[in-house]
Design a binder for this molecule. Structure first.
Ligand SMILES: *[C@@H]1O[C@H](CO)[C@@H](O)[C@H](O)[C@H]1NC(C)=O
Ligand SMILES: *[C@@H]1O[C@H](CO)[C@@H](O)[C@H](O)[C@H]1NC(C)=O
Ligand SMILES: *[C@@H]1O[C@H](CO)[C@@H](O)[C@H](O)[C@H]1NC(C)=O
Length: 968
C-alpha cells in the first residue's frame, strides 16, 4: 500500500507538471501569435498587476510605472524632436483665441457662462456620429512618421533613472487603438444619468478674508513671484529638453516617458500656466496638445488611474479655467473627449468595473475580459470626478454612468459591510465572480456526474479490471486537465470554463444575455468566452485586510466629498460615504504621536486585520507623505457637512505634516516613516526612556548579554590564569570570585539564548505592553563602572567612541554567549566584540540612521516633489484665514527650493535626513501640476480658484462647481 501511495504521488506530480507545461505552452503560443505582429511589443501583462504608480503609493513606486523611454541620446531622434514644435509644425488651432485677459481674477469672475455645461459646437458630432471616435487621420499620419516608437522595458522599474532614453530604432509600423464594439454594453435605457435639479445650498468653505494691509500684501506678492519663478524655470527646462515627452530629467537635461509618452508634464501643467498668468506658454503648449495622439502609446498598457487624473483631469481643468466654451480653446475639450473615448473601453466588462491596466492594442482590446481580482481602492475609486466633469461639460451621461457604477458598487459593499465599517480594504476583487460559490457549484456538478457515471459504468469498469484505487487516480488526473479533454464514456461535458479560457483569444463569438434577477447583461455559460461566474459585488481580495489613508487608498476617500460638491450636493450617497469614512478614520486610524515638544498633532495609521479588528488589529503608526492630503479632506469635509470637530482634526493633521517637515535636517519630510503613539492622547509627554525602548525592543536582553559577556570573559581569564599557573606548577591558584549580584553559573546555563529575531519580533509586538524587570537591568548597567556607559547615556552623537576601550586580554571575536577562545595576550588591546548595551545600541542607531528625535524609523527617505503637505496647508489657509499657514508654507517652500533646484528644473532627492541629499534626476509632472500650484495659490488673492467656486481633483486640477445659491 505504501508503494502504491508513493507511486500515486509521483503520478500526481507528473500530471501536474505536464498539465502546467501544457498550459504554459498554450498561453505562450497564444501570446506569441499576437505579439508577433508587433515587432517591438513587450509581452502582455499578467492578468492582475501589483498596485500602481507613483501617484498613489509609496509601495507603488517599487513595482510601478515603467520607465521605458525614448531617446535623445543619439542625434537622430534629438533632431527630430527639436523640429515639430516650431519650425516644421504647420499646426493651426483655428479656435485658439488670440487674446485673453491675463488677469487672474478673471478665472473666478466669469462664472456667467457656467452651469449650462454646453458642448462646444462640433465636438459632439465628432464623437457621436462616428460611434467610433473619429480620430483624426492627420494625427495617424503624423504618428506613422513618428520618429521613435518606444517600447518600455518591463524589467525596468524604479531603478530606471539611469536607463534614460535608450534609443529604439525608428519604425513605421505603429499600431493604433481603434474603437471596438462593446461586449457588455449598458442598454441605453439603463444608463445612469447625471443627477438633475437645482444645486443645493452648500455652506461656504473659504474664510471671509478681510482686506490686507499694504505691508502684508507686499510680503505675499514677493513670495508669490518667487513661486512663479520656480515654475518658469521648471517649465523652460521642460520645454527646452523634454517638450512633447512625459517628464524632464532635471539633472541630466533629458527626458523620460513613463506615462505613455503623451506629454504628461505638458498636459498636467496647462491649468497652472493659466492660473499663473503664463499666457504665452499656455498658448504654445496648446500647439503641442494638438499633436498628441492618444491612439498610440509607448506602453503596451494604459495605466488608467494615472492617465485619468493627470491627462483627462488636466485637459478638462485647463478647459474650465480658461473659460470653458466661451474661452474658445476647444482643442482642450476635443482632446479630452478623444482620450475619454479610448478610456471608455476599460469599462467593457460583465459587471462594468474597469480594467485598470488597459491593453489598448486592438488584438488585446477586442477580447472580452473581466476586471481584476486585485485592484487597489485608489485606482478604482479615483476616476469619478474627471468623468463626471466631462459628462457635465459634454452632456454625455455615459461618462457619468461609467463612474457612477463604481460608486454604487462601493456603496453597496459599504451596506453589506467591510471588516472596518466605513472604509475599504486596500486590495479589491473587482471581477464580480464569487469563486467560493463557483467552486461549490462545480463540486456539486462533479458529484452529480460521478453518481451518474457510477450508475452507468460500474460494469464496464469492473469488466476491464480497473480497481477502485486506480479509478480514483484517474479522477485526479482528469480533474487537472481541461474537462473537455476528459473522455469517459457516458460523460456529459459541461466544463465550459476551462475550454473557453483557452480559446478566448481566438474567438469573438460572445453570447450575452440579460440576467433576469439583476437586470444586468452577463455572459451566460454555454458557448461563452469567459469562465462561468457566480456574480457578486466588490470584496476584499486578500486574506488580510489593510486599511489606511495612504498610497493605494487615498484619493478614493478624497473624492467622496469632492464629488458631492461637483454634483452640487444632488447625490446624497457621496455625503453618506464621506461621513462614514470620517467616523472610521477617527475611530480606528488617527493617533497622536509622542514628539519632543509635546505638540498636539495627529497622523493616520495603517491597520491590518484578518477580519476581527477589535481583537486582531495590527496597527502601524506610519507617517507617509501621501497621507498628508487628509488634513485638507477633514477641513473641507467639516465645512461643507457642518462638522466643526472635523475642521479641528484637519488642523491637527496638517500640523502633523508641518512638524514632520520641521523635524529633518533638510526641512522636508520623508516619503515614509514610523512614530511612537502617545500612551494617552489627552495627556501626552515626551518620555525618553519609552522612546529608547521603542527604538531597541530587545533592550532587556541586550544588557543581559553584556553582563553575560563580562562573566564569560572573567571566567575564561581565570581559567587561563589557572592553566598558566598549573603549567608553572604554582600551587596557590584561586578561582575567580563571583561579584555580588551576579547570577551563579548554573543560572546562566538555564537562560535561553537571547537576542534572536524571534525575541525581537516578540518584543516589538508587545512594545506597548508593560515592561517588567527593566529597572533592575538598568540599575545593573549603571552600576557597572564604565566610562563608556555615561558617554552613551549623555551623548547621542558620538557612536564612533562607543568602541570598547577596556582591555580584554586573551580573547578574540566570538559570537555572544560563546566562550571566547584564548589568544596571545599582546595582540589584544581592545575588545570590539563586547556587545553593546541598550544605551549604546540606541545611541548608535540614532547616529547611523540619522533619526530625527521622535522617529522610530525612516523607511523611505526620499522626497519626490510631492504636493500633499502643502496641499493641506493651503486648504487650512483658505478655510481658517490664519496667516500662520502662509508662514509655515514659506518655510517648506524655501527648504524644497534649497535642496531640489537644478539648472533645468527641480529634482527629487534621495534622503531628506542628509545635509546634502543626492538629486535623483526625476521631476514628476505633479511638481508643476500640483506642488507649485498650491504654493502659488497660498500666496495669491483668496478669490483665485476659490474653494467656493472650484473643486480640485487629486492632481490639483480645478473643476468648476455648479452655480448654487451660496449662503450670502
Ligand atoms: C460567495 O459565495 C459564498 C458561498 O456561496 C457565500 O457565502 C458568500 O457570501 C458569497 N460572497 C459574496 C460577496 O457574495
Ligand atoms: C455499482 O456498484 C456499486 C458498488 O460497487 C453497487 O452498489 C451499485 O448497485 C452498482 N450499480 C450498478 C448500476 O450496477
Ligand atoms: C516612561 O516610560 C517608561 C518605560 O515605558 C516607564 O516605565 C515610565 O513610567 C515612563 N515615565 C513616565 C513619566 O511616564
Amino acid at each position: 500500500m505504501f508503494r502504491l501511495r508513493r507511486y500515486r504521488y509521483y503520478v500526481f506530480c507528473a500530471v501536474i507538471v505536464v498539465f502546467l507545461l501544457y498550459r504554459v505552452a498554450q498561453n505562450s503560443e497564444q501570446w506569441e501569435t499576437v505579439s508577433a505582429s508587433f515587432p517591438h511589443a513587450a509581452p502582455p501583462p499578467p492578468r492582475s498587476r501589483p498596485p500602481p504608480t507613483s501617484k498613489s503609493g509609496a509601495s507603488v513606486r517599487v513595482d510601478a510605472p515603467i520607465k521605458g523611454i525614448a531617446s535623445e541620446d543619439n542625434d537622430l531622434p534629438q533632431r527630430i524632436l527639436e523640429h515639430p514644435g516650431k519650425d516644421d509644425s504647420p499646426v493651426k488651432i483655428p479656435d485658439l483665441k488670440t487674446t485673453k485677459p491675463t488677469k487672474q481674477t478673471d478665472v473666478d469672475d466669469d462664472e456667467d457662462e457656467d452651469a449650462d455645461f454646453e458642448l462646444p459646437p462640433g465636438s459632439e458630432t465628432t464623437v457621436q456620429e462616428a460611434g467610433v471616435l473619429a480620430y483624426d487621420h492627420d494625427g495617424a499620419a503624423k504618428a506613422t512618421t513618428a520618429p521613435v516608437i518606444n517600447v518600455p522595458d518591463k524589467s525596468v522599474g524604479q531603478g530606471a533613472k539611469d536607463a534614460e532614453n535608450k534609443p529604439v530604432k525608428p519604425t513605421t509600423t505603429a499600431v493604433h487603438w481603434s474603437k471596438i464594439p462593446e461586449h457588455f454594453p449598458v442598454p441605453a435605457s439603463e444608463i445612469i444619468p447625471l443627477p438633475t435639479g437645482k444645486p443645493k445650498k452648500i455652506p461656504t468653505i473659504q474664510y471671509a478674508f478681510e482686506k490686507e494691509s499694504p505691508k502684508s500684501r507686499e510680503v505675499r506678492e514677493t513670495r508669490q513671484q518667487q513661486v512663479k519663478a520656480e515654475m518658469e524655470r521648471s517649465w523652460a527646462g521642460y520645454w527646452k529638453y523634454a517638450k512633447g515627452h512625459d517628464e524632464l530629467s532635471p539633472v541630466s537635461k533629458k527626458f523620460r516617458d513613463p506615462f505613455c509618452g503623451w506629454a504628461a508634464t505638458l498636459v498636467d501643467s496647462l491649468d497652472t500656466l493659466w492660473i499663473m498668468g503664463m499666457e504665452e506658454e499656455f498658448k504654445a503648449a496648446l500647439l503641442e496638445v494638438e499633436k498628441i495622439d492618444f491612439t498610440v502609446g509607448k506602453r503596451p498598457e494604459i495605466p488608467v488611474f494615472e492617465t485619468t487624473i493627470r491627462y483627462l483631469g488636466g485637459l478638462v481643468a485647463a478647459y474650465d479655467v480658461s473659460g470653458g466654451k466661451s474661452g474658445g480653446y476647444d482643442i482642450l475639450l476635443e482632446k479630452a473627449v478623444e482620450l475619454a473615448e479610448i478610456l471608455m473601453g476599460v469599462f467593457d466588462t460583465p459587471n462594468r468595473m474597469p480594467v485598470l491596466y488597459y491593453n489598448w492594442k486592438p488584438q488585446f482590446a477586442s477580447q472580452p475580459r473581466r476586471a481584476s481580482t486585485s485592484a487597489s481602492v485608489a485606482e478604482l475609486g479615483s476616476l469619478a470626478m474627471e468623468f463626471t466633469r466631462l459628462a457635465q461639460i459634454t452632456k454625455e451621461n455615459k461618462y457619468y454612468d461609467a463612474v457612477a457604477r463604481i460608486t454604487d458598487a462601493f456603496y453597496e459593499w459599504g451596506e453589506r459591510g467591510t471588516s472596518i465599517p466605513g472604509i475599504f480594504p486596500e486590495h479589491i476583487d473587482t471581477s464580480g465572480c464569487n469563486h467560493t460559490a463557483q467552486n461549490e457549484l462545480e463540486a456539486a456538478k462533479n458529484a452529480a456526474e460521478e453518481k451518474l457515471y457510477d450508475e452507468t459504468d460500474n460494469d464496464s469498469s469492473k469488466a476491464s479490471g480497473v480497481t477502485a484505487d486506480e479509478d480514483e487516480e484517474l479522477d485526479t488526473e482528469s480533474d487537472l486537465k481541461p474537462k473537455s479533454q476528459r473522455n469517459r464514456p457516458g460523460k456529459t461535458k459541461y466544463s465550459v470554463a476551462k475550454r473557453s479560457e483557452k480559446s478566448s483569444a481566438l474567438n469573438l463569438n460572445v453570447v450575452k444575455k440579460k440576467n433576469p434577477k439583476t437586470g444586468k447583461v452577463e455572459v451566460i455559460a454555454g458557448e461563452t468566452l469567459l469562465p462561468e461566474c457566480v456574480s457578486q459585488g466588490l470584496t476584499s481580495s486578500g486574506w488580510a485586510d489593510q486599511y489606511s489613508m495612504g498610497g493605494s487608498q487615498d484619493s478614493t476617500y478624497e473624492y467622496f466629498p469632492k464629488q458631492w460638491l461637483l454634483l452640487g450636493g444632488l447625490e446624497p450617497k457621496y455625503k453618506e460615504l464621506h461621513l462614514k469614512v470620517s467616523e472610521a478614520v477617527k475611530k480606528w486610524l488617527l493617533y497622536r504621536p509622542m514628539v519632543p515638544d509635546d505638540r498636539d498633532i495627529l497622523f493616520s495609521a495603517k491597520i491590518i486585520t484578518s477580519g476581527e479588528p477589535e481583537t486582531d488589529a495590527n496597527k502601524q503608526y506610519e507617517v507617509t507623505h501621501l497621507t498628508c492630503f487628509i488634513g485638507g479632506m477633514f477641513g473641507m469635509g467639516g465645512k461643507i457637512f457642518e462638522v466643526p470637530a472635523d475642521v479641528e482634526i484637519g488642523k491637527k493633521l496638517t500640523e502633523g505634516c508641518v512638524w514632520a517637515y520641521e523635524s529633518t535636517p533638510t526641512g522636508i519630510m520623508p516619503e515614509g516613516a514610523h512614530l511612537l503613539p502617545c500612551p494617552d492622547t489627552k495627556d501626552c509627554h515626551w518620555n525618553q526612556t519609552l522612546y529608547e525602548h521603542t527604538l531597541d525592543p530587545s533592550f532587556e536582553s541586550r544588557d543581559e548579554q553584556v553582563e553575560e559577556y563580562e562573566r564569560q570573559k572573567a571566567k575564561a581569564k581565570a581559567a587561563a590564569e589557572k592553566a598558566k599557573k598549573e603549567k608553572s606548577r604554582a600551587q596557590d591558584a584561586v578561582p575567580p570570585r563571583r561579584k555580588p549580584g551576579q547570577p551563579k553559573e548554573s543560572e546562566l546555563d538555564e537562560k535561553p539564548p537571547s537576542g534572536s529575531q524571534e525575541d525581537y519580533d516578540h518584543t516589538r509586538i508587545q512594545k506597548r505592553a508593560p515592561i517588567s524587570g527593566t529597572a533592575e537591568l538598568e540599575d545593573d548597567a549603571i552600576e557597572r563602572p564604565s566610562s563608556r556607559d555615561k558617554k552613551a547615556k549623555f551623548s547621542d552623537t558620538d557612536a564612533g567612541d562607543l568602541e570598547d576601550s577596556d582591555p580584554a586580554p586573551g580573547f578574540k571575536k566570538s559570537t555572544v554567549g560563546q566562550v571566547p577562545l584564548q589568544e596571545d595576550e599582546d595582540t589584544l588591546e581592545e575588545d570590539p566584540l563586547r556587545p553593546l548595551s541598550h544605551k549604546e545600541w540606541v545611541a548608535n542607531k540614532i547616529k547611523t540612521e540619522k533619526l530625527p528625535k521622535g522617529f522610530v524609523d525612516v523607511g523611505s527617505r526620499a522626497y519626490i516633489l510631492r504636493p500633499e503637505a502643502i496641499e493641506s496647508v493651503w486648504y487650512m489657509y483658505r478655510i481658517t484665514g490664519d496667516k500662520k499657514w502662509q508662514e509655515k508654507g514659506w518655510k517648506m517652500f524655501e527648504a524644497i527650493r534649497r535642496h531640489t533646484t537644478t539648472e533645468a528644473g527641480n529634482s527629487a532627492i534621495n534622503n531628506v535626513l542628509s545635509q546634502k541629499p543626492t538629486q535623483l534626476n526625476e521631476m514628476e509632472s505633479f511638481w508643476t501640476a500640483e506642488t507649485l500650484k498650491y504654493f502659488y495659490l497660498l500666496y495669491s488673492e483668496p478669490n483665485l480658484i476659490s474653494l467656493d467656486h472650484w473643486v480640485l481633483n487629486t492632481e490639483a486640477h480645478p473643476f468648476k462647481r455648479p452655480k448654487a445659491p451660496f449662503g450670502v
